[in-house]
Design a protein around this ligand. Structure first.
Ligand code: UDP
Ligand code: MN
Length: 320
């Protein structure tokens, strides 16, 4: 009896503690579970901006049918190391595609800030071209590459990419990190009328949203909206802050963001080491509102080093 008590005592002391710790680490809401307004699969189509940048009425084709995409919301992701690029000949020079057997209703420029992540870029291009062609959209991939060795300026690279996409009349801009892969096909790469935070269910956050105003990773907004808020600030050099600043720009102009349901908005992030956060980010963020109208698309200065139309993407090489 005494022995039994002793064993129980030992269990109490150590194992309960270990168990509590273990439960804490596997608890799905260890990252704050924030409720967010979201569109379910049968709300999505009606909320999309149906606009293309090509004249798709010339040939008498029927409109593409998007019903199955949302209804099935098929899981598409395979380890990109093991997936290969399918039917490469369908992809046009510069990394552009539109379906040939039906009229697409959506044109989108996909803009990716980039420097020195060759392996991730290779996987991204392979996976995204396979994924995006399933969605029957017209898209073009712009990789905006920082050529200088200054601190990485993600936000400014987005502004630069957007300025090229706007020249080609893309009505919708998607701005996304090179290491993010959407898992479900229902997460259509098109714009809702409201600005959309796309990567709200990210595996590295256990598919939860850490805070309501998070507007990083992958976002979509109409070109009109992007111009209206004056794009991103150009001043956020180094890691962090630029996504909170653009969220503040949207709020300032009375936009309400939207997200897709977490069953649709799932992403995986490729593993990489953490960049060192910029110590200046708080200071820029705090004073950001003073510069909304003067620092952004309308004050964008950079040097184009090269512009190449490659097989799988358009490469814009710049000094910022
Ligand atoms: N990035 C890059 N090279 C760098 C730093 C950043 O290409 O040296 C790009 C890349 O698209 C990356 C994005 O900027 O996905 C955001 O950086 P990071 O992935 O480090 O941010 P985090 O995952 O910590 O939010
Ligand atoms: Mn990342």
């Amino acid at each position: 009896m005494r022995l039994k008590n002793q064993i129980l005592l030992q269990i109490n002391k150590y194992h309960v503690l270990y168990l509590a710790l273990f439960l804490y680490f596997i608890w799905p809401s260890r990252f704050a579970m924030v409720y967010y307004e979201n569109l379910k699969h049968d709300d999505i189509f009606d909320n999309l901006l149906k606009k293309t940048s090509r004249n798709s009425n010339i040939i008498d084709k029927i409109n593409c049918n998007y019903y199955e995409l949302f209804e099935k919301n098929q899981f598409f992701y395979k380890d990109p190391f093991s997936s290969e690029l399918l039917n490469e000949a369908e992809i046009k020079q510069g990394g552009e595609y539109w379906p040939d057997n039906c009229n697409t209703l959506f044109s989108v420029a996909i803009i990716v800030p980039y420097r020195n992540r060759a392996n991730q870029l290779k996987l991204f291009l392979r996976y995204m071209h396979n994924y995006l062609r399933k969605q029957q959209i017209h898209y073009k991939i712009f990789i905006v590459e920082q050529a200088d060795s200054k601190a990485f300026n993600r936000a400014k690279l987005f502004n630069i990419g957007a300025s090229y996409a706007l020249r080609e009349n893309f009505p919708c801009l998607i701005m996304q990190d090179v290491d993010l892969m959407p898992l479900k096909l229902g997460n259509i790469y098109a714009c809702t009328e409201r600005p959309r935070h796309m990567s709200s269910a990210l595996d590295s956050f256990r598919f939860n949203l850490p805070y309501y105003g998070l507007f990083g990773g992958a976002i979509a907004m109409t070109s009109d909206t992007f111009i209206h808020i004056n794009g991103f600030s150009n001043m956020f050099q180094g890691w962090g802050g630029e996504d909170d600043d653009i969220y503040a720009r949207l709020v300032n102009k009375k936009y309400k963001i939207i997200r897709f349901n977490p069953s649709i908005a799932q992403y995986t992030m490729l593993k990489h080491s953490k960049e060192i956060p910029s110590p200046e980010r708080y200071q820029f963020l705090r004073s950001g509102y003073l510069r909304f109208d003067t620092d952004g698309l309308n004050s964008l200065v950079f040097r184009e080093i090269g512009l190449k139309s490659l097989d799988l993407y358009t490469n814009i090489l710049v000094e910022v």
